[in-house]
Design a binder for this molecule. Structure first.
Ligand code: NAP
Ligand code: ZN
Ligand code: ZN
Length: 363
């Protein structure tokens, strides 16, 4: 439902502050109905009524406190698509009713070198993450997209192009940009061999982008179950990593390996797949550290790099690229009441390829 922008005679907004959500109250508790308060919109704020929110594996890591830095109660969700329902008095670039998105962060300092470079995720004062962060002004915890409404500064809102379905577009806000950014930066292009390790939410977008960027694409997956899907998504080849001796056959072959695996795994065997001056870009964040032998890096002058989502400008570029190429996530839509079952399935890798919550199912 679109609520028109309304203000009282003092210029204050008449948007109700209480908002329905789902929250985890501890690392051990399931997500459950919860009422949150959103801040009163300031002059530069956009109020968004949320239609869809993707479930990223990061949500699972954080809800279960697998990285040891979770704050509760936690309302997860950073793959948000909705419609603008109200605007601050100074906002000129958004319209009420417009379809918009919000990704992994909602604020940053705007003045440091990273912010000026459009890499706000690396803000020197710390980007304010969409949930499990602290709002700069109010110092209150940020709460994410498993909720009916969110208030976000206009500079951190994305335009969802016409032609992208709102549910299938939601995962682009994290899974999309997290794979698009390193693929472009580290050279997925015609004549380049790219391997995508792990065909989950991130991995399947990685395959689609790498193919659309013109690369020769191989999927490295731990079982043969996803072979047909991978080829349908655009992969040229599919390799099962758990089959004895298989990886050795592909040694020294790839220009770029994009590692999206959420579970602990050794990096060495995948670095061995790189040719001279090849790059392995890690985006998956397993909870435990992994030792690495220097020998595998010095051989072939290999590079091991990480990458974290992408800035606002590049996220918009990725959304426009997706619309132009007809790319979106393959999703399984769920009602919010099924979110805990979805988490259990995500934990055991039973998802093709992203769960997306329909917030119309939240009363
Ligand atoms: P996902 O949908 O669960 O996909 C992870 C994939 O990893 C699985 O589909 C599976 O692919 C592989 N995998 C999982 N468990 C495995 C195991 N035990 N052994 C071998 N392979 C296994 O997760 P996601 O949402 O894509 O997220 C992936 C990771 O990226 C998470 O750690 C998440 O926190 C992180 N992440 C990072 C960023 C960033 O900016 N760097 C952004 C978003 C997410 P196969 O079945 O094909 O083997
Ligand atoms: Zn994410
Ligand atoms: Zn900054």
């Amino acid at each position: 439902m679109v609520i028109p922008s309304r203000q009282d005679r003092h210029g204050r907004f008449l948007v109700p502050a209480a908002v329905s959500a789902y929250a985890a109250s501890s690392a051990a508790s399931p997500l459950a109905p919860f009422t949150i308060e959103r801040r009163d919109p300031g002059p530069h704020d956009v109020v968004i009524d949320i239609d869809h929110c993707g479930i990223c594996h990061t949500d699972l890591h954080l809800v279960r406190n697998e990285w040891g830095r979770s704050r509760y109660p936690m309302v997860p969700g950073h793959e948000i698509v909705g419609r603008v329902s109200a605007l601050g008095s100074e906002v000129t670039s958004w319209r009420v009713g417009e379809r918009v998105g919000v990704g992994c962060f909602v604020d940053s300092c705007r003045t440091c070198e990273s912010c000026r470079d459009g890499e706000e995720q690396f803000c020197l004062e710390g980007a304010v993450f969409t949930y499990n962060g602290i709002e700069r002004g109010t110092k209150k915890p940020t709460l994410g997209g498993y909720s009916k409404r969110i208030v976000v500064d206009e500079h951190y809102v994305l335009r969802i192009p016409e032609g992208l379905g709102p549910d299938a577009a939601a995962p682009l806000l994290c899974a999309g940009i997290t794979t698009y950014s390193p693929l472009k930066r580290f050279g997925a292009a015609p004549g380049r061999r790219v391997a995508v390790l792990g065909l989950g939410g991130l991995g399947h977008m990685g395959v689609k982008f790498a193919r659309a960027l013109g690369a020769e694409v191989t999927v490295l997956s731990h079982s043969s179950r996803k072979r047909a899907d991978a080829l349908r998504m655009g992969a040229h080849e599919f390799v099962v990593t758990e089959e004895a001796g298989t990886l050795a056959k592909h040694a020294g072959r790839f220009d770029l390996v994009l590692d999206t695996v959420s579970a602990p795994h050794a990096y060495g065997p995948y670095l061995e797949l790189l040719r001279r001056d090849g790059t392995m870009a890690v985006v998956g964040i397993p909870p435990q550290p992994e030792p690495l032998a220097a020998n595998v890096l010095v051989t072939n002058r290999r590079r091991l790099v990480g990458s974290l989502i992408g800035g606002i400008r590049e996220t918009q570029e990725m959304l426009d690229f997706s619309a132009r190429h007809g790319l979106a996530a393959e999703i399984e839509g769920i009602a919010i009441a099924d979110v805990n079952t979805a988490y259990e399935r995500l934990a055991r890798g039973d998802v093709r390829y992203r769960f997306v919550i329909d917030l119309a199912t939240l009363a």
